[in-house]
Design a protein around this ligand. Structure first.
Ligand code: FES
Ligand code: FES
Length: 195
């Protein structure tokens, strides 16, 4: 049986501190990995930046984003295609990145929550509306909700409350922020058409 000692606790704490103190993701700073045996090279255009990754062929887009590109805005909820927390856009369409293999997205454009605001930091109208409508509590589902909401409007599936509920039904919120999410989508809808 493994025993927990003060040393293991301290070394674990140091590792955590190192992770917390890691520099934030800087666009353009990550993106090229050296191919190794058993890996496949996958090229993606992530938020407008070309990336070339050497990945285990079983790597999902979600893990490629979070583990290899350090884009942790996209959340891993269930990792089984049931919660929508991992929603990103691939070639302009919303997909569940936990169910999409990175190799299957070879050459694709991948847009994540990090790329939704302008390079100058101006929020997308949907992000702004979520803030103004107070459309989240813990926020864990929020990046996926926002990516789905943007797609929902672009698909023309946000014309009524019923439509919004139907086409956002793949994005679960354990905090139950649904009424405010609907309000945020309605607020952003007219502005989003112009983006
Ligand atoms: Fe992908 Fe839940 S993490 S659907
Ligand atoms: Fe907490 Fe949606 S805001 S899960």
């Amino acid at each position: 049986m493994t025993s927990i000692t003060r040393r293991t606790v301290l070394s674990g704490g140091a590792a955590l501190a190192g992770a917390v103190m890691s520099p934030p993701f800087v666009p353009g700073a990550v993106g090229k990995e050296t191919p190794r045996s058993g890996k496949v090279v996958v090229r993606l255009a992530v938020n407008g930046y070309p990336r070339e990754l050497a990945l285990d062929p079983r790597t999902t887009v979600l893990d490629a984003l979070r583990e290899h590109l350090l884009l942790t805005g996209t959340k891993k909820g269930c990792d089984q295609g049931q919660c929508g927390a991992c929603t990103v856009h691939i070639n302009g369409e919303r997909v569940l990145s936990c169910l999409t293999l990175a190799v299957a997205a070879e050459g694709a454009r991948v847009d994540t929550i990090e790329g939704l605001s302008t390079p100058g930091g101006r929020l997308n109208p949907m992000q702004q509306a979520f803030i103004e409508q107070d459309a989240f509590q813990c926020g864990f589902c929020t990046p996926g909700q926002i990516m789905s909401a943007v797609a929902c409007v672009r698909e023309g599936h946000a014309e009524s409350d019923a439509d919004i509920r139907e086409y956002m039904s793949g994005n679960l919120c354990r905090c139950g922020a649904y009424p405010k999410i609907v309000a945020a989508i309605k607020q952003a809808r007219p502005k989003l058409d112009k983006v």
